[in-house]
Write a protein of this length. Structure first.
Length: 224
């Protein structure tokens, strides 16, 4: 998200698939060419229930690669601004929006075969903490290539790290839609039979019977 605002693609934390990087660079080129800045703001982000139960990404394997995916739900503002005067050129606001992040990495033949996530974390740890071949210091790698903070020696790991395959922002399903439908169905189911009932109770005033049925239905809808 920060890259769209700054245009800086040189961060070591940005590990992208080749196709995704090409698409990313093409969008940055168009933004720079037209002197436009893309801005994304998110609030009230949360994980959907299917993710919170596992407290993890969704994982699967396909064609020699391991994949993981996570979706965040919340209110999202996506807009394009003129860099000169910060004038808004276009914007989308999703009260019920979603952010999808999909990543993959190469699976090696000598990797752990267990499906247990704890076994994977133990396996991965040996590739993040390595011994510097120059001075013997224990170094925590932040990428597959790094320099020792003590002696400046060059360190390279053969660990294949996760790389981004897709990053999407889109309008999500409104969770209140189902409640609105149930409330409307309840109002109709109550209001129509209530009219003859109140008409029987108040035989001398049709408008009073209709009004009573309407007021009680409105109160029921409010409670729902």
């Amino acid at each position: 998200m920060n890259v769209f605002e700054t245009g800086n693609l040189q961060s070591p934390d940005l590990r992208m698939d080749q196709s995704f990087r090409r698409k990313f660079e093409h969008e940055l080129h168009l933004l720079k060419k037209n002197n436009i800045r893309r801005e994304m703001r998110m609030a009230y982000l949360k994980l959907p229930e299917e993710y919170t139960k596992k407290n993890d990404y969704k994982h699967w394997s396909d064609a020699g690669r391991e994949w993981r995916e996570v979706v965040l739900q919340g209110s999202i503002l996506n807009r394009y601004l003129d860099r000169k005067n910060n004038r808004i050129l276009y914007e989308d606001f999703f009260a019920h929006g979603a952010v999808l992040l999909r990543q993959s990495r190469h699976i090696r033949h000598n990797e752990v075969g267990s499906k247990n996530r704890n076994d994977e974390q133990i396996f991965y740890s040996q590739y993040t903490n390595v011994i510097c071949p120059s001075c013997g210091a224990t170094v925590t790698l932040t990428s597959d290539e790094d320099h020792c903070p003590y002696c400046g020696g060059y360190i390279k790991s053969d660990f294949f790290d996760w790389q981004t395959e897709e990053f999407l922002i889109y309008r999500d399903y409104n969770p209140n839609t189902r409640n609105f439908k149930l409330t409307a169905a309840t109002m109709i189911a109550f209001f129509i039979p209530a009219i003859p009932c109140f008409r029987f109770i108040l035989p001398h005033s049709y408008f009073l019977a209709l009004g009573s049925a309407f007021v009680i239905t409105a109160l029921l809808a409010f409670l729902l």
